[in-house]
Each structure stands twice: as C-alpha cells, then as structure tokens.
Write a protein of this length. Structure first.
Ligand code: ADP
Length: 511
C-alpha cells in the first residue's frame, strides 16, 4: 500500500457512491464502471472507494476481506470506528468503508433518499480520508464524484494536507448539478472544518441561500480540475437558471472546467455481447432480422400483441427532470397512432409512481402497452434490444446514457434537444448535417405538441420509409460512443490537474 506505480500510468482513485455491477441507481454507476475499466485497460492503476452498503451485490465481489479494523474517523465531537474491506468487482479493486456508527449509515434499503443523507455521506468523506492517511495511500489522482463526495476536496486541503496527504491532485465531476447537497453550516463543524473560514461566498456558502453550505460548490472551488458530462450541459450551467443556482460559481471557476461526454461500456452493452438477449445480433441487414426475433421475445415477455406495429420504449428514473408529463403523453399518443409502448421506470416520488400506476391500470387491457414500475437490471437489456424507437423527452439532461445504449442496440432515439442529448443525437431531417451522421429524432420545446409532431414523424418513417429507417438504424449502431475517446480526455484532465496541484496554484489560493 502507499506505493505509487511509476512508469505504468497513473494511480487513480475514484471515490463515489455507485458502481454498476455492485450498486447502481442511475447513470453514475455506469460511468464509474465504464471509465474505470477503460482507464485500467490503458495501463493505469484504478481503484474505487465505496460505502459498504448492505444492499451491495455481494455475489459480484471477489476476494472480499477485512484489511483494516482500526480506522477511526472524527464526526460530531467524537471519534468513530470503521472497518475497511477490500475486494474486486468487474475487474476493479474496491475499498469498502463500513462505519460502526449508530444509526447505521449504509444498512438501508436504498442508496439515497433519507433525511440524514448529508450526514451519511459527509461522515463517509472524512472516513475515506482517514483511511488514506492511515494506510498512507497517496494516489496521483483523487477523482471525486457528485455532491456526496465533494466535501473530500476541502477536507483534503484544509485538514489532511497538513497531516501529510499531499501528493494527490483533486478532480471533481458533477454528473448532475441539480443535486448539490445544500445544508446547514454545522455540517462543516461536524467533520472538523471551520465554519468561520469556510462559510464565505468564495468557498462553501451557497450562492442562493446565504448562511447555508453548498457541498457541490466545495468540490468545485477546491478541486484542481472540475468536469461535467457534455459540452451543451456545461454551456447551460453558465446561463441564468441553467446552473441550478450555481451559475455564478460555474462562471467564476470556468477556467478549470472541462466537459467530457460519457461513453458506454461496450463489453457490457451491445447486441453482440449481451448475455440477457435471447440471441445476439450485429449491425447488418441480417442482424436486423435477428433483432425482429428479439422484438418477438420482448412482446411475449410483456404479453403485447404480435402484430406489425412499431414498438416504442422508455427506460428512466421517473423524476421531473425526465419530462414525466411528456412520457405519459407519448404513451397515449403512440397508442392512438397504432404503435406499442413499453415503459420501465421507477420513481422515488410517490405522486409520480401513483400517476403511472393508474395509467397502467387504465391501459391494462389494450394489448399494446406495458408499464413496469421498478428498477430491473435484466429487463432493460431486452427492452433496448427489442424496441424500434426509444424516447428521452428530458427537461434537462447532463449527458444521458439511455439514448447511447439504445443506439447501440439499433433502437432509434427520439430525444429533446438539451444537454448531452443535443450533443449525441442528430435529427434525420437536419440538412446541416451529413446524412451519415444522423441517428435519430429531435424536438426542442418541452411541450406535448412538439413531442407529438416528432413522434408522428418517426412513426411515418418507420411505416413508409423502410429503407431510410434501416439506414438510420445501422448508422446509429456503428457510431462510436465507447469510453475510448472520453478516457483519453480524462487522462488529459488528470495531467492538467497534477500540474495544477504541483504548482500549488489551486483556485483556493486565488479565493
Ligand atoms: P440518470 O443517471 O439521470 O438516471 P442516465 O441516462 O445517465 O440517467 O442513466 C440511466 C441508467 O440507469 C441507464 O443505464 C439505464 O438503463 C438505467 N435505468 C434507468 N431506469 C432503470 C430501471 N427502471 N431499471 C433498470 N435500469 C434503469
């Protein structure tokens, strides 16, 4: 431990709350796994620190063992005991932190959604650094993800650098800046930071709510480099309202931001490699005939009529960001126009769950709609594989992975022109783009009328322009949305962050 591997790339340590394969709520889990695997392939030593949730998929973790029973972590005027575990999952080396606290922070039924989420994750931030200090682990890069891990940046510089953690450059990534961790300033005191020196507009004070702390802002201000997940989202973050209240901070720190589009893990996602598909298929006309068989299987699975109709689908966390009213409208409109529809979604918001539950009841007898209201890791594969059209009508979307996965499976995306959706999908009718680069359908206004018009356009292509449709499908399948290019861009960010950290010229010193 603690030995830096030189000449073999960098030692990159991610600290995050999800990794696909072991714990996943949304795209964050996919990104942590996909990026880590690609960076490992490129010769870097990549590791991840995660909370040891009770709900981890332990079957996927190999060589699970306790490596340290004596990591003590400061929180709320006392020192608390943590057990550190090590294991391997999906080829990535994991450190799992198990706090022995009351209440139990990670022995819960869900990953997020508790009143004490800020307490759970800020405790974890300090515990992670105590572990690194005790084991003398000094990676080249500490890559922190989302508000949950953002406090590590100020903790590192303010408390742990004076104690000897001084080798790492800090990179903070916001995957969705709507979630910021705005909380009472006592949180700072609880982890041992000074409210007096950190609760200032230049540091962690929220831009909108004076007197409150903004954890994501702490990550942005203290990190050597900050990244987000698409160029359009980064532009939106700088506009009034588009930065979810943090636009001023984004603009002030603009120089150290980079936007890097997410990729998808092509060993996990793709019709040629997917173990959950009844049969594989490839991007050829013959392959598309096999896709028709997958479609048949999908219809059987959900009891949809086997008729010559387009099959539209949507897979999403059902939260306002995803345009829930538009999803609802799309289901009804698709049905009215003679298409079939499958929705797989889960919602942390009871009212939204209830609305879709009622819609499901109402349409139960139609024979052409299936609504599945929970998180289901296996079903998604069959839905991506067997559908014709995939809708993503988000109000905002930092990057979006579902449209990229759909493309790979020959399922044409129909998306709203925002954030990463605008950066990855080109409309079939956009004359400003060469035809070979077009891969889907776009609409601009977040209205039912705009969605309806675009859905009609797509259904007409499907029905009346079979050759063009097939070209569109095959083009989409062949586009490169792997992690290869994004991983190179992250490497560049890591190199820049390292230079910045060595200079000691972190933005903090200019604050
Ligand atoms: P977000 O992170 O905002 O949820 P993304 O498009 O970035 O959105 O990523 C969503 C990821 O979660 C995709 O891998 C998608 O397949 C998956 N997903 C979304 N809803 C479900 C569900 N109900 N069951 C299983 N996987 C889901």
């Amino acid at each position: 431990m603690g030995i830096r591997i030189r000449g073999q790339g960098m030692h990159i340590l991610h600290i995050a709350s999800e990794m696909a394969g072991v714990v996943k709520v949304g795209g964050l889990g996919d990104v942590i796994l996909g990026l880590s695997r690609q960076l490992s392939k490129r010769g870097h030593r990549v590791e991840l620190i995660l909370p040891k949730y009770t709900l981890l998929n332990y079957e996927a973790i190999e060589e699970l063992q306790v490596i340290n029973k004596e990591v003590w972590s400061y929180y709320n005027k006392g020192w608390h005991h943590n057990t550190i575990w090590s294991g391997w999952a999906e080829g990535i080396h994991l450190y799992l932190i198990d706090p022995n606290t009351t209440p139990e922070y990670f022995d819960r039924e869900q990953v997020y959604g508790y009143e004490d989420d800020v307490e759970r994750f800020t405790y974890f931030c300090r515990a992670a650094l105590e572990f690194l200090l005790k084991e003398e682990i000094q990676p080249d890069i500490l890559h922190l993800h989302e508000w949950q891990m953002a406090l590590i940046a100020p903790l590192y510089r303010e408390i742990f650098t004076p104690l000897g953690l001084n080798h790492s450059a800090l990179v903070f990534t916001t995957h969705n800046l709507k979630y910021q961790g705005v909380c009472e300033p006592t949180v700072l005191e609880e982890v041992g930071l000074s409210i007096e020196s950190l609760l200032t507009p230049e540091k962690l004070e929220d831009d909108q709510k004076p007197g409150m702390v903004n954890l994501a802002k702490g990550g942005i201000v203290y990190a050597d480099r900050v990244t987000t997940v698409s160029p359009s989202y980064f532009r939106e973050l700088q506009t009034p309202g588009g930065g979810h209240g943090l636009e001023k901070t984004v603009l002030q720190t603009k120089g150290k931001w980079k936007s890097i589009l997410n990729g998808i893990d092509t060993e996990r996602w793709g019709p040629g490699v997917d173990p959950y598909l009844p049969l594989p298929f490839d991007p050829t006309p013959q392959g598309l005939q096999r896709k028709e068989q997958v479609k048949e299987e999908l219809r059987n699975r959900f009891g949809l009529a086997q008729e010559t109709r387009p099959l539209v689908s949507c897979i999403a966390r059902l939260v306002p960001q995803k345009g829930v009213h538009l999803i609802q409208h799309a289901i009804l409109h698709a049905l009215q126009e003679g298409a079939q529809f499958i929705l797989l979604g889960s919602s942390p918001i009871l009212e939204i769950s209830e609305t879709f539950h009622q819609l499901k009841m109402r349409l139960a007898e139609s024979g052409h709609v299936h609504i599945e209201l929970h998180h289901h890791e296996e079903l998604v594969h069959l839905i991506y594989g067997g559908s014709d059209l995939f809708i993503v009508p988000s109000i905002f979307e930092p990057c979006g992975l579902t449209q990229l996965i759909a493309l790979k499976y020959g399922t044409v995306p129909l998306v709203r022109k925002t954030g990463g959706l605008a950066d990855t999908i080109c409309d079939i009718d956009d004359p400003s783009i060469p035809f070979e680069e077009r891969n889907g359908f776009l609409f601009e206004q977040p209205t039912s009328a705009a969605l309806e018009a675009t859905l009609d356009r797509a259904l007409t292509y499907w029905t009346e322009e079979r050759d063009l449709w097939q070209r569109l499908v095959l083009q989409g399948m062949q586009m490169d949305y792997s992690w290869e290019k994004p991983a190179l861009l992250y490497e560049r960010v890591y190199e820049e962050a390292s230079r910045e950290a060595i200079k000691g010229d972190s933005p903090l010193s200019s604050c």
